[in-house]
Design a protein around this ligand. Structure first.
Ligand code: FAD
Ligand code: NAP
Ligand code: SF4
Length: 677
């Protein structure tokens, strides 16, 4: 069969073993690694990805010893008994015909632990603990721990290991002079600073033999001022090849970098150019990474000669069958990762098990099981937003007869507004996925059909996924034509003047502000414009890609004031790993954020406000337009009449609860109800 992805699906001969294709499932901490009792879940999670055809899986990071802990008692592989506990994981992957490597991750000074160690006693800007400086013997002990961990991984049945040498962790800390102030054989000039990774890789190779995959994740673009130059990157890559690595994987950005590297506003394949620079310098396969979430993009990257393999991590959370669907010519059925971080990274960074906003089964494979329905029922689902789409398709997949109604002319609900925000173009993919899934599961879709309770007689079950309606903030004078809601602006395209007040600084207020300052030009669709915006240079010219490079954001299309009544920092409730990006992006566009406001009323010159409980410092914000983004309330007017008529009614998503609503909850509730009815 001919394929649209010949390079992506081509086998990769590593000499002693052959990978079936060029897809590497990149390392992701899911939280299931931390306790051996969760390993059966980890095994089911990886087995599903192996069954889906991924070429090589890399686990989340495991510390080689206590000093390398990411967090106290977190994932560690340092003993034979610990290695035995991994066997079900490797066996499950092998039973599906897959291959799996264990990532060895020493956190160094990034460890959230008082036991953390580093080349020098220099605390990182994002760490709580100051690391202990290692002695020479201490460094030798860490190297031995890496080697032991690799040998234990081999005993546990892994096909290889990945040595984590990027993202600002232990090994990176030796490479960068800003974190390595040593004057002995492990510090000073670059030859000394790179001694540690070279030693680790060569001693691992010596221990594990020739027929074991050793991937080295090399930080090619540190995005911190004291990071590596390009010469240093090339020198290290050559030394790592000589030391016996099988594959070099790409690392982009330290955790403390102030440039987004994987968020949804980062353009697709935005960093493939970095790996490409290294092509030709070494002869072992190179793997590129970051924001590659689609087989066509992966194919293009390989066709352009940027790399020999493509690492995708979150896209495999979103769809375990990514590779199999691409290979079968069913790429339009792929559930695309929208890079929101909401259920993966945000969970891990707040101590919760990962999942995926668009695929709530991720990391919950053993618990959220979609089984054929014992009896076929007639089900009406009202509302084709994320909640209704997830529910209707899950119900139909199980064999129920499903009618899906929406008053709008298109499916997607509020995602049709979200996808218009510059930097949120990916949200379109979720709508595309569900549109196709409605077809493949056979849901009957009725668009432009705003239904009333009387239309829903005769169904066995009725699911209300009718979402929300904007909250009315009752500001005096708000019936003025200069006052619009976010729906007027985002859905109906109503005109907005050059000076704007946005009332409400929640997720939607921030998004509307970004929409208004960018005015239709999205740097997320243009890698070069995006690099200028964030100040990402070439490491051949600028150390770490950022030293001396000034961000050059395009001037804002409008003057925007983003307002809230609370006294807290605007945007404090945004995503844990992405909130800073939204705040920084708006700051670059000179958006004025004001907290602790009272809205006194809409007046001739604009919006009258005062501050604090005493209503002090009364002022008028001179604006042409006021956009209301004051939160939302549930829309469930159908519930009471349906219940009165004796219908079996279920509420999901915004219709169930508007507070703290997001698409993650909407899709999760829709899927779970769909699996249960
Ligand atoms: P909705 O998406 O509101 O869908 C409800 C549907 O029901 C609508 O299509 C409506 O037409 C239909 N309907 C209502 N009544 C009837 C009726 N009587 N008959 C027929 N049809 C009816 N969430 C995130 O998680 N991350 C984000 O980054 C994010 N960004 C956003 C950005 C913007 C600009 C907006 C507006 C929202 C964003 N959201 C985001 C929120 C997310 O879109 C919502 O949480 C989600 O859409 C709620 O899903 P739902 O299915 O419950 O409701
Ligand atoms: P929200 O996050 O609850 O924010 C509502 C804003 O309106 C707050 O700033 C609130 O601040 C203000 N407000 C509330 N009542 C008000 C009133 N009576 N008068 C004036 N202001 C009032 O809701 P949202 O922005 O509408 O977003 C809806 C949901 O979509 C959110 O829950 C969010 O999770 C999701 N979303 C997520 C993202 C994301 O990036 N993850 C993006 C967009 C949307 P004060 O009360 O302090 O004024
Ligand atoms: Fe991708 Fe969002 Fe799912 Fe994470 S939660 S895998 S970023 S879609």
């Amino acid at each position: 069969m001919t394929t649209a992805y010949p390079r992506l699906l081509a086998p990769l001969d590593l000499g002693f073993t052959t990978l079936p294709n060029r897809v590497l499932m990149g390392s992701m901490h899911t939280g299931l690694e931390d306790k051996a009792r969760h390993f059966p879940r980890l095994a089911a999670y990886f087995a599903e990805r192996a069954r889906g055809g991924v070429g090589l899986i890399v686990t989340g990071g495991f510390a080689p010893n206590i000093e390398g802990w990411l967090s106290p008692f977190g994932s560690t592989l340092a003993s034979s008994s610990a290695a035995r506990a991994h066997r079900p994981v490797t066996q499950a992957v092998h039973a599906e015909g897959g291959k799996i490597a264990l990532q060895i991750l020493h956190a160094g000074r990034y460890g959230y632990s008082p036991l953390c160690v580093a080349p020098s006693r220099v605390k990182s800007p994002i760490s709580r603990f100051t690391p202990r400086e290692l002695s020479d013997a201490g460094i030798q002990r860490q190297i031995r721990a890496f080697v032991r961990c690799a040998a234990l991984a081999r005993d546990a049945g892994y096909d290889g290991v990945e040595v984590m040498g990027s993202e600002g962790y232990f090994i990176n800390q030796f490479l960068a002079a800003q974190a390595n102030r040593r004057t002995d054989a492990w510090g000073g000039d670059y030859a000394n600073r790179m001694r540690l990774p070279v030693e680790i890789v060569s001693r691992i190779r010596e221990k594990v033999g020739r027929d074991f995959i050793v991937i080295y994740r090399l930080s090619m673009l540190d995005l911190v001022p004291g990071g590596s130059t390009w010469d240093e990157v090339v020198t290290l890559a050559k030394a790592i090849e000589r030391a016996g690595a099988t594959i070099i994987n790409t690392g982009i950005g330290w955790h403390e970098a102030r440039v987004p590297t994987i968020a949804t506003s980062v353009p697709r394949a935005a960093f493939a150019w970095v790996t490409r620079k290294l092509k030709g310098e070494v002869s072992i396969p190179l793997c590129t990474t970051n924001r590659i979430n689609d087989p066509a993009v992966a194919e293009r990257v390989l066709a352009e000669g940027a790399a020999d393999m493509v690492s995708m991590a979150r896209p495999l959370l979103a769809d375990p069958e990514f590779v199999r669907k691409a290979a079968a010519g069913r790429a339009d059925e792929i559930n695309t990762c929208i890079a929101c971080n909401q259920a993966c990274l945000d969970h891990v960074f707040s101590g919760r098990t990962s999942s995926c906003l668009v695929n709530p089964r991720a990391c919950h494979e053993t618990e959220l099981v979609i089984r054929p329905a014992p009896a076929r029922k007639r089900v009406a689902v009202v509302g084709a937003g994320p909640a209704g789409l997830a529910c209707a398709t899950t119900l139909a997949e199980r064999g129920h007869e499903v009618d899906l109604f929406d008053g709008a002319g298109e499916v997607g609900g509020q995602f049709n507004m979200a996808r218009r925000i510059p930097g949120k173009e990916e949200f379109h993919e979720t709508i595309r996925y569900f549109r196709r899934r409605l077809e493949t599961t056979g849901v009957r879709v009725h668009l432009s059909r705003r239904v009333a309770a009387a239309d829903l007689a005769g169904y066995d079950e009725v699911v209300l996924a009718t979402g929300v309606t904007p909250r009315d903030p009752r500001i005096p004078g708000q019936d003025d034509p200069r006052v619009l809601s976010y729906v007027d602006v985002l859905r109906d395209g109503k005109a907005v003047g050059p000076r704007v007040a946005v009332v409400g600084a929640g997720g939607i207020g921030f998004d509307v502000a970004e929409f208004l300052v960018d005015d239709g030009h999205s740097p997320s669709l243009d890698v070069e414009a995006w690099r200028r915006e964030w100040g990402v240079g070439d490491p051949a010219d600028a150390r770490g890609g950022v030293a001396g490079v000034k961000p050059q954001p395009a001037p804002p299309a409008r003057q925007v004031f983003l307002l809230q009544r609370k006294k807290s920092k605007p945007g404090a409730g945004l995503g844990k790993t992405t909130g800073w990006i939204h705040r920084a992006a708006l700051k670059m566009k000179r958006v004025e954020m004001l907290s602790g406001l009272n809205y006194e009323g809409v007046v001739e010159r604009g919006l009258a406000v005062s501050f604090g409980e005493a209503r002090e410092k009364a002022a008028v914000l001179e604006v042409d337009t006021i956009v209301l983004c004051a939160g939302q309330e549930s829309l469930r007017e159908l519930e009471a009449p349906l219940r009165a008529a004796g219908a079996s009614v279920h509420l999901i998503g915004g219709a169930s609860l508007a507070g703290e609503l997001d698409a993650k909850r909407a899709i999760d509730e829709g899927t779970r109800l769909g699996a249960a009815l």
